[in-house]
Design a protein. Structure first.
Length: 368
């Protein structure tokens, strides 16, 4: 009775816009207003990449490439990507480029272990990349280490359930050496007591940013997609103070699509900051035809306004005619480079779209 009176009084004082959580007695939350369509249009004009450059990285015979994440160090560009031979499972690899167009494979950096929770799936993604749009595009170190998050699983096949999220580190991110997984792995999995409804079947790709303003009280913010059934995926978030111990944030997901059909994928987020707006690139699939990349914007990292205009990339060429998805987007020297997983007549490869037509400057080249 006393708690109910307190909640009623809080609601009266704070007004209808307040959110009252019984577990915290009085916890007003003022959702950020939606981003105006005018601002969303400006972001679209800034990040759009209408020119398909081509395939920049392809696998060997029977090998699938996926999920690029790109960073810069010492004047060179590096791509962390994942590869699967004959659909046994994903391992994580590294490539290098001087110009973001021509890439050389360097080797594995997260290979199958002999045993454990991740013995057949180890799909890694760069973490703590400078989020400033058009900034350094470099990885930042925490505790003297460079970090990646990765999708891990114990079963062979293409992303066979259940999957969980682990972390690994290195001090040499530009070398084809094995990264060191945390002993505490997996840091997020479906059997934890705070698991949210949208991720009760499996967890997928993650992206970790370093929010030095601690907008949500912790510096490290992870966005990841999880699945509740079939192919219905949504994006949720978790927070950490030390990159090791993570706590989910919010009661459910933060970005989703296809709610009316309870079907479709919203996944593989990458978060950057453009001016005072956080921008999340992500891919959608099946709630509209095909698979494509789009974006959402936020001022507070929690409430996201989804872009409803043209896709950033979508199937249009023979080499991405089935899927054009899973974005990693950087801006360098005034040009936006949109790397993505392309699925078409060359198999599953890494494609590139740009904000300017670069084909006249160079032809796409990929070393096997």
């Amino acid at each position: 009775m006393k708690k109910n009176l307190i909640l009623a009084l809080a609601a009266t004082l704070l007004g209808p816009s307040a959110t009252i959580h019984a577990e915290n007695a009085i916890s007003p939350v003022a959702p950020a207003p939606a981003i105006s369509q005018e601002r969303m249009q400006k972001i679209y004009e800034e990040v759009k990449t209408p020119y398909k450059y081509g395939v920049v990285l392809r696998g060997e015979a029977g090998q699938l490439l996926d999920s690029p994440s790109v960073f810069r160090k010492d004047g060179q560009w590096y791509m962390i990507y994942i590869a699967s031979k004959n659909e046994v499972g994903y391992e994580t690899c590294l490539a290098r480029s001087a110009d973001l167009l021509n890439w050389e494979k360097l080797g594995n950096i997260l290979s199958f272990p002999k045993e454990g929770w991740d013995r057949w799936q180890r799909a890694g993604y760069a973490a703590l990349c400078d989020p400033a749009w058009g900034g350094s595009n470099e990885l930042e170190t925490f505790d003297g280490k460079y970090w990646m998050s990765f999708l891990g699983g114990a079963h062979q096949g293409y992303e066979t359930d259940p999957l969980a999220i682990g972390l690994a580190w290195t001090k040499t991110p530009t070398e084809a050496r094995e990264w060191t997984p945390l002993a505490e792995n997996p840091v997020l999995h479906r059997d934890q007591p705070d698991v949210r409804p949208f991720e009760k079947m499996t967890l997928y790709k993650s992206n970790i940013i370093w929010d030095k303003a601690k907008t949500l009280g912790s510096p490290f913010v992870m966005y990841y997609n999880g699945k509740i059934k079939g192919s219905y995926e949504k994006i949720g978030m978790a927070l950490s103070d030390d990159m090791v111990h993570w706590k989910r944030y919010g009661k459910d997901c933060v970005v989703a699509n296809g709610e009316d059909k309870q079907n479709g994928i919203t996944g593989d987020p990458q978060v950057v900051k453009i001016g005072d707006l956080w921008v999340m690139f992500y891919f959608g699939a099946f709630w509209r035809p095909g698979a494509f990349d789009t974006f959402a914007c936020s001022t507070d990292l929690v409430n996201w306004t989804k872009w409803t205009g043209p896709d950033l990339v979508h199937p249009s060429e023979l080499w991405d005619r089935q899927f054009a998805h899973k974005p990693w987007v950087v801006k360098h020297d005034g040009v936006v480079y949109h790397f993505y997983c392309a699925v078409g007549d060359q198999g599953r490869v890494i494609g590139l779209a740009t904000s300017k037509d670069l084909k006249a400057q160079a032809k796409p080249s990929s070393k096997p």
